[in-house]
Design a protein around this ligand. Sequence first.
Ligand code: E4P
Length: 223
Amino acid sequence: MIFFIDSADLNEIRELNDLGIINGVTTNPSLMAKEGIVGANSILEHYQEICNIVTGDVSAEVISTEYKDIIEEGHKLSEVDKKIVVKIPMIKNGLKALHYFSKNRIKTNCTLVFSASQALLAAKAGATYVSPFMARLDDWDKKTCSSFEMLSDIKTIYQNYNYNTKILGASIRNKDYIIKCAKLGADVITAPFKSLISLIDHPLTDSGLKKFIEDFKNFKTLN
Ligand code: E4P
């Protein structure tokens, strides 16, 4: 299973990359703004720095919503590094842009997806990745369709028609979401540092280790 960190923080990206548990990165305009990255040049430089750390794909999101502007912005982003994946919102102009980039062999990530129908369109347009937003959907209305039903429907539909678009579980808030995505067969998940690092923890690991260390200390004093 592929893991991306959902962050624009270079220290977080480096730390998880050094642990060997992430394959790439996703960002969005909110995460870039959080790091104080504004202005075209700083944005492109920051993406280059991220690409220098990881070996896999780095999703860089367009801000434009007009077709021509999405294409122009997408080209600028993709020229930064071959690891760049142009992240495009699920809107009509976005679909057209996904189709354009697919024909031009530029990788894309269709973002802000909240239904199986949107995911079906993203696959038809040729998106490389589709990002169903899990927790945001559950926060909004869990009763009509939970994020897990959405993911499972997308998986079934993609399998039925052999779509190559990879399912990238996004908007992940904790490790339960990660494990559920893994059980449902998501190809990729993207999660914040806190959720990914929490996969390490178990109280029995901590108490077991404490006991081993204590017992070994006693053993040493006997000799
Ligand atoms: C993914 O590509 C998005 O940037 C991200 O997962 C959104 O997560 P949030 O709902 O926690 O902001």
